[in-house]
Design a protein around this ligand. Structure first.
Ligand SMILES: [Ca+2]
Length: 231
């Protein structure tokens, strides 16, 4: 009986200690979405506060996306546009750009594009609503590109940038070019949007809470004393 009690107490203490020593994860997210150009915008997440424990490693998931749309509406009240191509109205022949995310000048993720898409146009005379759809309207997505990377840090020199009570600033930077132009009696638009997402997960060994330790030691001593008296 007494040996069983001592063994149970010992196992309980070991289980509690094992739980306290288990690594924990702490994740922070941030994102932004903006039309271009996107000039050195900060995407910040909190640093790991070392008062919480010892940082083992950091996992960063960084992704960027660019979404480009264009449209054209024939606003001529009498003339249709038949068997023509968008390139007929295209002021520049390409749309191009780039969007990337860096951390302390290290590129984490990046997309770039340089596209020349042409589209056949068969549009009636103006349908009365400038919405780039309907019988006299046209719209298209000319770019939709994503890049996502997972970067793991475990070297002390790399972890240092994540430790403190301030922020880790991921920098998002990019530009986009393109234009639509056409004859009068057409309305056009071109819009390019960039989005960026970052997820930072800190893997750390927490500092045991003083209260937990005191309870743990008192519990163990109580169990042992009880076992001792029962001898
Ligand atoms: Ca329309």
């Amino acid at each position: 009986m007494k040996r069983t009690m001592i063994a149970v107490a010992g196992v309980a203490v070991l289980m509690l200690i094992a739980e306290v020593a288990n690594a924990e994860l702490l994740t922070y997210l941030n994102n932004l979405s903006s039309t271009f150009n996107i000039n050195n915008k900060s995407l910040s997440v909190p640093q790991f506060d070392t008062a919480l424990g010892t940082l083992n490693s950091v996992s960063v998931t960084a992704s960027v996306n660019t979404l480009g749309k264009l449209g054209l509406e024939n606003t001529n009240p009498t003339s249709a546009i038949t068997n023509r191509y968008l390139s007929t109205y295209w002021g520049t022949n390409t749309t191009n750009g780039q969007l990337g995310m860096t951390l302390n000048s290290q590129t984490l993720t990046n997309v770039s594009w340089n596209v020349l898409n042409d589209y056949p146009l068969n549009l009636t005379a103006y349908d009365g609503i400038t919405d780039y759809t309907g019988t006299s309207g046209f719209s298209a997505t000319y770019v939709n590109t994503t890049d996502s990377q997972v970067i793991n840090y475990s070297l002390a020199a790399d972890l240092a940038q994540f430790m403190g009570t301030g922020n880790v600033d991921f920098i998002v930077d990019g530009s986009a070019y393109g234009a639509l132009s056409g004859p009068s009696n057409t309305s056009t638009f071109m819009s390019t949007t960039g989005t960026a997402n970052v997820s930072v997960t800190y893997d750390f060994n927490p500092v045991p809470e003083p209260g937990t330790l005191v309870l743990l030691v008192m519990g163990a001593m109580g169990m042992l004393a009880y076992a001792w008296r029962r001898r």
